[in-house]
Design a protein around this ligand. Sequence first.
Ligand code: FES
Ligand code: FES
Length: 249
Amino acid sequence: MIECVCRQRHSEMILFLLALVAVIVMTNSEKNFGMEEAGMSSDEGHRCTCGKGLTRRQFLTSAGAGALVVAASGHLAKEREASAAVIKSGEGSKITLLINGKQFHMLVEPRWSLLYVLREELGFTGTKEGCGRGECGACTVLIDSVPKYSCMTLAVEAEGVEITTLEGLMKGEELGLVQKAFVEHDAFQCGYCTPGQIMAVEGLLRRELHPTIEQIRQGVSGNLCRCGAYSHIFEAAKRAAELKRGGAL
Ligand code: FES
Ligand code: FES
């Protein structure tokens, strides 16, 4: 027991001495700073070896400023995070879409594309997703009779316009005229681009019933056929124009 008490006192003594040394060191530092204030910098003879010639005070001042900048930038980052989190997941906008002559009242997220809403929310799967970024044309629909990429159109942008999808070209179970022409001329191989090609041709024929071959080429120029079925697609477009002008199948 006695030994234990002695050891405890010994430890306390060591701690006291360490604290005393620390106080002496701090006091000396403050004295040095006082000398610097008075133009008697003790650092003048202790410039750093980094070549920049900073005194200890300059170093401490700049380090302090740097710490403030870091602290402030952390605060700004938090403010940016707060302002970026304006739209909460699940929040939506009420819109009404007119698709194939019918109105659909919906709650959509502002970031949703028309393609997503057509396929995933409403089940119009005739509209295909290819690249999803405006390069292939598989997602083409008509907006006010003009072919547009639905992957590059936000659903909220499509309010107040008339949207036509592949399904909208049919009369019940009967194929539309452009669809019939594509079947007649075997204008596809894998068929993935076909819905987009048909919508592009439909859009062309709604504004020009006597298209030249050059106009047909231009009309489907935004629709990529990886199978290379273009010659058949051009023939189908010419036939579709005939059918629309009243020619027989
Ligand atoms: S999916 Fe829209 S352009 Fe490719
Ligand atoms: S038919 Fe296959 S991509 Fe056109």
